[in-house]
Design a protein around this ligand. Structure first.
Ligand code: PTT
Ligand code: SF4
Length: 612
């Protein structure tokens, strides 16, 4: 095979064993890579109903046929496991030298199973895996851990690590790399912590075999030029994703005070222009020529890499209008290895619970000093409140009781990312049907929706959600490649089959990537959720938080706006029909068979009655 290495490294931490597994072109062409691989492996290998924090869970790190090749924004990989936060499928995407080195090590994926007896880290060099003691790094921050591992193994390696929050199994602990790339929102860091796995270091010295190396090189040079020639390129370089703060506020979708409002009085103080005034450098993922990691000096003199989601969730959503201070909270999240989106949600949840008297001596809106203390308490699970919030807002609201479920902003247990949906039903549907819970990554339809028709509950919106899920959640997550050149600068999708052809020698039309492959991955992820949640499953799991239906915006041009429950249900029905799922949101037997998943239908029917 060209493009794929055809090898997966399996490391069993319980038995201290490491083995290479060869896979064939049929597996490669059916699941492509990245999320396709992780989904298939987790479906095949996890026993139904396991505890996500037990040794029975597996952590998968997976690349695709384009991962780590020199080429525009191709330095990305997927980390996945059964999520301790949601109990369903969980994954995340990171841009890191670990992606490049894993592929140069001759591998396309790493499966980590079992549990070590003592803290360890994994060192992988050219197909070989070693389990080494984490004495001296266990307990350290992600930044310090990476520094020390680079001291031990040399600078030319890629490192994935967890911080104290992963070690303490905070349910939304992430995996961090390069002091500012973070991935695995639904607790992938906690899964590492549960295995006593502090870090994974990759070193690769080989070249990935390409079908047409010369042709690939030529194509890549053209692709880089194309990206640079795009109209928006200059402004992107200035502000990156941070331009979204201003746009969201203008359109009344900037999460404010726990998604109660869509506009923030102090938005100017945390927007892309505020960033420009503080910026000291840019960072980014390997091989990217539109790097978006904007680094600032925060209020305490530390370096903090800012993105839209981080700033909205730790700024407007908690009522903090000071970019220097927001940057401190963001850096703390990176150092401790906590997801900023879930963190911004849990802090806001606690602020609202304090305001409403459910938490005594809690935390007031915008209280920066208390937020810093609480972040530490969450990461180390210290004290009653820190421990409660470490569980995420769904469990925290169940434990806290009262009416707190009304302001727990999550879907399927994953906290909502930074778009208020009181008046964008298409985006609400995207959140509701995302395959890991309320994450924007698969169907960021909000920009299109606001430009075309923000009030309607139309078929066009359902189509757009599915189209984006195919492109973003299916194709980009399995190639694996960054989607930002396409969505932000208009880099055409047609480039990807061309790059694939040069890398693998195989002509895979865009339609195949977007329809058969993406739909297969989606159906399999859904099957995983149903298998794991068969007892609790209902279409309610695909519903946005109650707040957006029942508590209207009280400020701004859309004052009074709420989502309409009956109309939302109609959207959901349309979505299910188009996906070939029944009214419960479960893929029908016919749909699974059509996608080549007859064996999955067979197994799933042991857990639920399938519609023919
Ligand atoms: C992603 C989610 C996002 S999405 C952001 S900012 W964004 C938050 N970033 C965090 C962070 O930083 N530190 C932290 N401790 N927690 C964080 N949580 C949040 O995590 C990121 C970029 C961005 S910046 C986006 S949109 C795009 N995401 C991509 C994706 O998902 N797939 C893909 N094929 N390409 C993508 N390109 C862009 O990558 P999760 P990164 Mg991240 C500091 O992982 O779990 O999916 O959540 O990977 O390398 O940092 O790049 O406005
Ligand atoms: Fe990474 Fe940003 Fe470049 Fe995408 S655009 S590859 S997220 S630096």
């Amino acid at each position: 095979m060209y493009g794929w290495n055809g090898k997966i490294l399996r490391i069993d931490l319980t038995n201290n064993k490491s083995t290479i597994q060869i896979y064939d072109s049929n597996f490669a062409l059916t699941y492509m890579g990245g999320r396709g691989f992780t989904t298939k492996i987790l479906w095949d290998e996890l026993a139904p109903g396991i505890d996500p924090l037990s040794p029975q869970n597996k952590l998968i790190v997976a690349a695709g046929p384009l991962t780590g090749l020199p080429g525009p924004s191709l330095g990305k990989l997927v980390v996945a496991a059964k999520s301790p936060l949601t109990g369903g499928y969980g994954d995340g995407n990171l841009g890191t030298m670990a992606a490049v080195h894993m592929r140069k090590a001759g591998l396309d994926a790493l499966i980590i199973e079992g549990k070590a007896q003592k803290p360890i880290y994994i060192y992988v060099e050219d197909e070989k895996g070693y389990i080494l003691s984490a004495d001296g790094i266990w307990g350290e921050t992600t930044f310090e851990t990476e520094k020390r591992l680079k001291k031990a193994h040399g600078k030319n390696v890629g490192v994935l690590t967890i911080g104290p929050s992963g070690e303490n199994m905070v349910k939304y602990a992430t995996v961090v790399s390069q002091e500012g790339r973070a991935g695995g929102r639904p607790g992938m860091g906690a899964v590492m912590g549960s295995k006593k796995l502090k870090a994974i270091v990759f070193k690769g010295t080989r070249a990935v075999p390409l079908a047409d190396a010369e042709g690939y090189k030529k194509l890549v040079n053209e692709a880089y030029d194309d990206i640079k020639s795009r109209d928006y390129y200059g402004f992107w370089i200035r502000q990156g994703t941070m331009a979204t703060i201003e746009w969201c506020n203008e359109n009344s979708v900037l999460p404010t005070n726990n998604f109660r409002e869509g506009i923030f009085e102090f938005h100017r103080l945390i927007d892309g222009y505020a960033l420009e005034a503080m910026k000291i450098k840019r960072r980014g993922c390997p091989y990217c020529n539109m790097m978006c990691g904007n680094v600032v000096l925060d209020s305490e003199g530390g370096e903090s890499e800012l993105d839209y989601e981080n700033v909205a969730m730790l700024g407007s959503n908690i009522g903090l209008g000071h970019l220097g201070k927001v940057s401190v909270l963001n850096r703390m999240a990176d150092e401790l290895g906590i997801d900023t989106i879930s963190l911004g949600n849990t802090l806001a949840f606690a602020m609202e619970a304090t305001e409403k008297g459910l938490i005594k001596d809690g935390i007031e809106w915008g209280d920066y000093q208390k937020a810093k203390t609480l972040i530490q308490e969450i990461a180390y699970r210290k004290g009653e409140l820190g421990n409660l919030l470490a569980e995420g807002v769904k469990t925290a609201s169940q434990k806290l009781g009262g009416n707190s479920y009304r302001w727990a902003m999550h879907i399927k247990g994953l906290e909502v990312s930074a778009y208020d949906c009181h008046m964008v039903p298409g985006m609400a549907l995207a959140f509701a049907t995302s395959s890991i819970g309320a994450h924007h990554k698969e169907a960021w339809v909000i920009a299109w929706e606001i430009k075309t028709d923000r009030t309607g509950y139309t078929e066009a919106k359902v189509d757009k959600v599915i189209e984006f899920q195919r492109i973003r959640g299916g194709m980009f997550e399995s190639l694996v490649s960054c989607r930002l050149p396409w969505i932000e600068l208009g880099f055409e999708l047609g480039w990807y089959p061309r790059l694939l052809k040069a890398a693998t020698g195989i002509e895979i039309p865009l339609e195949k990537l977007l329809y058969t492959l993406a739909d297969r991955i989606y159906a399999l992820i859904r099957a995983f959720w149903i298998r794991e949640q068969a007892q609790n499953w209902s279409r309610q799991m695909d519903h946005p938080p109650i707040r957006w239906f029942q508590e209207p915006l009280t400020k701004g041009p859309y004052k009074g706006a709420v989502l309409d429950k009956a109309k939302f249900d109609t959207l959901l029905d349309m979505y299910y029909t188009k996906r070939g799922w029944d009214r419960r949101g479960i893929p029908t037997k016919m749909t699974l068979e059509k996608l080549g998943l007859a064996d999955v239908a067979q197994q799933l029917s042991n857990h639920v009655t399938l519609t023919p």
